[in-house]
Design a protein around this ligand. Structure first.
Ligand code: NAP
Length: 256
């Protein structure tokens, strides 16, 4: 059996697991950081929790007989991507990395691209209208000091109290339909949206709602991914994984 370790976290990692675990002669384990309490079920085996840096990941791969890596982390999971890349190099393992294309501004969009959530919090103008933060709980801390803003923070899970005097937390999990996003924007009358450039369709509707309702967007740029080939779709990644497995299968069949 060819044992793949998928570093999961992105929405696509579930589709990849479905496809790869169905391949003949393949065993798949998907790893999650464990930040989400209520995770969807995934095909194949799963393990949860940090590895302990690159060295920990290497030790895990050696101990568990991993033959190949799939990087299906979220586009903002820069450290984990770097660790997977370094591990593949050190152990000379094949690495299949998914890189979902980023969103690009279109006609009617009012985007300001920012390098970090700190920069977003620093430059967001004072406004009487509420601001929608749709960027994950790891990025919201810099907004705690913006007492001059009313914050509406959308998260997939409730967080421990957020130290801000005028905020509301909306617990909701995507994907969100455009109609629902527009209704949300209209109900609150948002003055700005702050989000990450995650790309993909899963979380795109908020951008369309912002465009239609002329709401300015502060868009967090992605961290630079490690150098190396990437696949921009699940289908192209799975095709290459499958090709490798077929080649490995034939090679084994030829050994007398
Ligand atoms: P990160 O900064 O790349 O990861 C930090 C550490 O968490 C890694 O070094 C690793 O610890 C551990 N880790 C991350 N993903 C893991 C996985 N799949 N399996 C095992 N360990 C994992 O990424 P992050 O802290 O998760 O998130 C950074 C940004 O990405 C945030 O903006 C977050 O909202 C966004 N994001 C991440 C995920 C995700 O599933 N990771 C999903 C959605 C959004 P060790 O080095 O100790 O092994």
């Amino acid at each position: 059996m060819f044992h793949f370790l998928q570093i999961g976290g992105s929405a696509e990692s579930f589709a990849i697991a479905r496809e790869v675990s169905a391949l003949e002669g393949v065993r798949l384990t998907t790893s999650f950081a464990g930040r989400t309490q209520r995770r969807r079920a995934i095909k194949g085996a799963e393990r949860v929790g940090s590895f302990g840096g690159t060295e920990g990941l290497i030790a895990y791969c050696l101990h568990n007989g991993v033959h190949g890596l799939i990087d299906a982390t979220h586009p903002f999971a820069a450290r984990m991507k770097a660790n997977a890349h370094a591990c593949a190099q050190r152990l000379d393992l094949p690495l299949f990395a998914l890189a979902r294309p980023p969103w690009m501004p279109e006609k009617g969009d009012q985007w300001t691209q920012v390098a970090s959530s700190q920069e977003a919090a620093d430059i967001l103008p004072k406004s009487s209208k509420p601001v929608l933060l749709a960027m994950g709980r790891q990025e919201i801390a810099p907004f705690a000091k913006r007492h001059d803003l009313r914050l509406v923070i959308r998260l997939i899970e409730e967080v421990t109290p957020f130290p801000h005097p005028n905020h509301e937390i909306l617990v909701a999990r995507g994907p969100f339909a455009l109609e629902a996003e527009q209704a949300l924007f209209a109900r609150y009358g948002f003055g700005a949206l702050v989000c990450k450039n995650s790309g993909g369709d899963f979380a795109r509707a908020k951008l369309l709602a912002a465009r239609r309702l002329r709401v300015p967007v502060l868009m967090l740029e992605r961290p630079k991914p490690p150098k190396g080939p990437v696949y921009t779709s699940v289908a192209s990644l799975v095709e290459q994984v499958s090709a490798l497995c077929r080649a490995e299968g034939q090679e084994r069949a030829c050994v007398p």
